[in-house]
Design a protein around this ligand. Sequence first.
Ligand code: C2E
Ligand code: MG
Ligand code: MG
Ligand code: MG
Length: 286
Amino acid sequence: RAKESGKNRYHLFDPDSDQKAQRQREIISRLHNALQNDELTLYFQPKVDLRNGAVVGVEALIRWQHPERGLLSPAAFLPQVEGSTAEYPIGKWVISTAIRKASQWLIEGFPLKVSVNISANQLMHPEFLNDLRLALAEHPEVPASHLELEVLESVSISDVTRTVEILAECHRIGVMVSLDDFGTGYSSLTYLRKLPVDTLKIDQSFVRDMLTDPEDHGIVNAVINLAKSFNRQVIAEGVETLAHGNELLRMGCHLVQGYGIAKPMPGEEIQTWIKYWLAQRNWECI
Ligand code: C2E
Ligand code: MG
Ligand code: MG
Ligand code: MG
């Protein structure tokens, strides 16, 4: 139904949205090409244990090395990928590439756990579990427990039963699961108790301001205690300073990830970074 007046007036044929659809088709076709041409790449950000400095794993974060626009971060293209024909192939590529990298590190004497971000549509895709098994089977030297899936807390609300089934099957395969951006997804406690996840990942928006904003501090504290009550691990993302790390440790959260430890980096740099990190012993200042 067409509105007659106001800014929201629209027509049966809207040249604006037609142009938008055209741009969307272009970027998706470019992304399919990017996948073929090796323009997609993974950066990795370390996760550490502040009690002893141990590097407990790395999170794989996608980048697009665009031939004209340079290195693009997910915010520049993932929103367009979502719901498109490129979403599943890209997600599948991320999983295989992360496992291949884990295998390489393992062989080189750095047995690192790798986390990958999984979109809601990807998790719900009919081939997801099958492809996950196949990807792991390509590298039998990599234990399934070295792979972790980061699933958004909000992912599952729409179909709880199916989400529980899929995540439970991931567990049977031996893969770990964490709830990303925890605290932003409105999940209920009953629901959380049912969900087969190993780790709650406190959203960076709460961590960022926790030292100055008592409410954010309260939320961080509540999530840490929630994890404890439900016998789950907890990790804080967006840890930008030693002071954040210090307070998190005091509150009982020893696993952290953030610019204060290291920014995401190309896979080739991880080993050098680990040696540097272990030599610096920065966490001892905490
Ligand atoms: P996320 O999974 O919550 O990842 C954390 C994001 O925060 C990353 O941004 C990371 O670079 C950034 N970050 C880490 N530490 C800090 C910090 O101390 N301060 C600040 N300000 N930011 C920090 P990135 O790489 O741009 O990724 C953004 C989001 O894109 C990710 O959020 C994730 O939801 C999504 N994403 C990234 N890679 C993939 C992927 O391969 N597949 C899917 N489905 N989503 C992905
Ligand atoms: Mg994540
Ligand atoms: Mg997150
Ligand atoms: Mg996020």
